[in-house]
Ligand binder design. Structure first.
Ligand code: ADP
Ligand code: MG
Length: 670
């Protein structure tokens, strides 16, 4: 069997079905077999219709007289059918599932499971799942449920997979580290379950397979990085003068991280290091030291930031610090005027440190001697963008690479996805930081009660962030937009300077607003999440986040990190929409300001795809493994090690090697 062939080569899949499947990402025969059930319905131990009690029930029977009608008033299609067995009958009701009308053959028996409950004065079986009796009896009462794709519903996919039942035997082996036939057996068991236990066994194998690929990819990235050559940049003692001139003392964590970076840069294999530090831990200063050291060693440095606001801010703080030491710093964003002049100064080597956004990545930005690339908040950059930067290095030498993030990688992810990455951690905040007090408030009753707090803050000479979800008002959403919130606040506080900021403004407008906020002229900044990443205005001490339950945990933590950056105690209020109960995310955020802890919680609540979704455009969609599978992770780690000891394996296991290309993209920083 050729797993690369189109799904159309399988029995019962014509061009139309193939089209739908392809849209859902199921293109090849392999994709088809790996389209795993999202769950199983348990139809075991049915009762008779006469014996049904209210609540969840399983019954077996035939369907007569199924009809659909459109309920205009409720704007949905109601389908009703009568299910009969030897003891009686019951009405079944489905909403917006018109296909149910044609699902049931009058001469066939089916299992149903759903809630038996009162509807319009009569007990009915509500939205039951259904499956053919033969199938259920073959599979010990367990029926797979597949994600519906357009017209191919779960039952449709079941039919298709059943058509290919005989073909499982042809699925070739994949991994050298498991017994022959393990893969095809596991796939078969997961689609045609025999028992809970057999599902678990199949899952374990498939999770292992997935982790094996992921970890192997990470290890190969590591060895590919190690094959590259870079300029070794020795530690320069002038750094010590730079450090002693700083208006503050470095934290021990900053010292430690900087030292690890200096050691890496002094090697002819490129540094590939991730600097993780919670918001406010002073990552920029570590980057500044690395940059200065590289420049002292004769290299150019590029620093990339995800937004123009942040790039501008880095430019301001770094040029202030570094220009005294003869370092030439430039800013290159979409808004930069006279780009050509600047680009030729970069090309000639006149500029030592260039700070910018994606604009830095266009093909016509050339360097004379790019030796270090720093990417701030690296999860905002895609793999291709990083690749582009590396290609900018002349003489075939790869630049050293430092990525910085305030979204810590939970340990469990680190062991797999980023298994072989060097990581430095800033687990210490600069001295004198005051804690941030976080409180969840139900929006409706308390917005006004925050006004005295706002007044108090501004009267003390401090500033306020007010975060809104939307830019414009939208009739279909309860959320107040930045624009109308600004208007409302202006009415309440006519004496204060209040402005808004959002992502659709022109870069120059955004910069102007940020500048006025940073200088203290604007007292309340009403903004969308454009201020989320890295913006540093230490004088702001109060943040109010509206509709807080709409944000992810990592994002809220980032947002909140915009306050608490100075030496005054800060406050963050999370307003929930209407009277909504606070979510677990919000409660965790209220409890803790530890980004590492919150990242672990986030991983548990949402899965890695979403945390690193932004990092890799949502591509880390593990089908089946979870990062709490520590035993399997260990097994896969050990086995990949053995696998890599035999270079001929790389040639022999072609499917594996081409399959991990995708993971290789995911698990690399450069
Ligand atoms: P982040 O890690 O979130 O990027 P920044 O680099 O923006 O943090 O630093 C936050 C603030 O702390 C900045 O104003 C910076 O100048 C200041 N800072 C950095 N290191 C120290 C230190 N060791 N002591 C005091 N303040 C520091
Ligand atoms: Mg930062």
């Amino acid at each position: 069997m050729n797993l690369e062939e189109s799904v159309e080569s399988l029995k019962g899949i014509g061009p139309k079905t193939a089209e739908i499947l392809k849209k859902a990402g199921i293109k090849t025969v392999r994709d088809f077999f790996y389209n795993l059930p999202k769950d199983y319905e348990n139809f075991s131990a049915p009762t008779t219709i006469a014996a049904m009690q209210p609540g969840k029930v399983v019954i077996k029977g035939r369907v007569t007289a199924a009809v659909s009608r459109f309920a205009k008033f409720r704007r949905l299609t109601v389908t009703e059918g009568v299910i009969r067995d030897d003891t009686g009958f019951v009405k079944a009701v489905w909403f917006n599932q018109a296909y149910r009308v044609n699902q049931f053959k009058p001469d066939k028996e089916y299992y149903f499971t759903g809630n038996f409950e009162l509807r319009n004065g009569r007990f009915c079986l509500m939205s039951p799942s259904a499956a053919e009796a033969d199938e259920i009896e073959r599979s010990a009462g367990l029926a797979p449920i597949y994600v519906a794709h357009g017209k191919v519903k779960s039952t449709g996919f079941k039919r298709l997979i059943n058509n290919s039942r005989d073909r499982f035997a042809e699925i070739p082996d994949f991994l050298p580290t498991v017994p022959a036939g393990k893969r095809r057996e596991s796939l078969f068991k997961i689609h045609f379950p025999k028992s809970e236990k057999s599902i678990k066994e199949a899952r374990d194998y498939l999770a292992y397979e997935e982790l094996f690929e992921l970890i192997l990819a990470a290890k190969l990235n590591r060895s590919e990085n190690d094959k590259l050559e870079s300029l070794a940049i020795p530690y320069n003692k002038k750094i010590e003068k730079f450090v002693s001139d700083l208006p503050f003392k470095l934290t021990n964590a900053q010292r430690g991280a900087a030292w690890e970076i200096f050691k890496d840069m002094d090697k002819t294999t490129p540094m590939n290091r991730l600097l993780q530090g919670d918001v406010g831990s002073g990552k920029t200063m570590v980057a500044a030291m690395a940059a200065y050291n590289a420049i002292l060693g004769g290299a150019q440095v590029a620093l990339l930031a995800p937004t123009a606001i942040l790039a501008t801010q880095h430019f301001e703080s770094l040029s202030k610090r570094l220009e005294n030491y003869g370092v030439k710093v430039a800013l290159l964003t979409g808004a930069t005027k006279k780009k050509d002049t600047l680009k030729s100064a970069i090309k000639s080597g006149e500029i030592n440190l260039v700070i910018g956004t994606h604009a830095l990545l266009t093909d016509d930005t050339e360097f004379k001697n790019l030796g270090l690339v720093v990417i701030d908040e690296q999860h905002r950059f895609g793999v291709e963008q990083r690749q582009k930067l590396l290609l900018k290095s002349p003489h075939g030498l790869a630049p050293h690479f430092l990525a910085m993030t305030a979204t810590p990688i939970p340990r469990s992810l680190q062991l797999t996805v980023f298994g072989d990455l060097d990581v430095s951690i800033l687990n210490e905040l600069p001295k004198g930081r005051q804690p941030i007090t976080t409180k969840i408030l139900a929006e409706t009753s308390t917005r006004e009660s925050l006004y005295p707090k706002i007044r108090e803050t501004i009267n003390a000479g401090q500033q306020v962030y007010w975060i809104c979800k939307a830019i414009d008002d939208n009739p279909s959403s309860e959320a107040t937009s930045v624009k109308s919130r600004t208007e409302k606040l202006k009415k309440v506080f006519p004496d204060y300077t209040i402005e808004f900021l959002h992502g659709r403004m022109k870069p120059a407008e955004k910069d102007a607003i940020m500048e006025r906020f940073a200088s203290g002229e604007i007292q309340i900044l009403v903004s969308t999440t454009v201020v989320e990443v890295g913006v540093d205005v230490p004088n702001s001490t109060l943040m109010i986040i509206e509709n807080a339950e709409n944000y992810g945990l990592a994002q809220l933590h980032q947002l909140r990190g915009r306050v608490g950056r100075g030496s005054v105690a800060s406050f963050c209020y999370l307003l929930t929409t209407g009277d909504n109960q606070p979510t677990r995310r919000l409660r965790e955020l209220e409890k803790s300001t530890d980004g590492f802890y919150l990242a672990e919680v986030d991983l548990k609540l949402r899965g890695p795809g979403e945390i690193y979704g932004a990092l890799q455009h949502g591509a880390l969609d593990l089908r089946i493994a979870t990062f709490s599978d520590t035993k399997l992770i260990k097994q896969a780690r050990d086995d990949t090690e053995v696998f890599l000891k035999k270079p001929e394996n790389m040639l022999k296991y072609k499917e594996l090697m081409s399959g991990i290309k995708r993971y290789q993209q995911l698990t690399t920083l450069n």
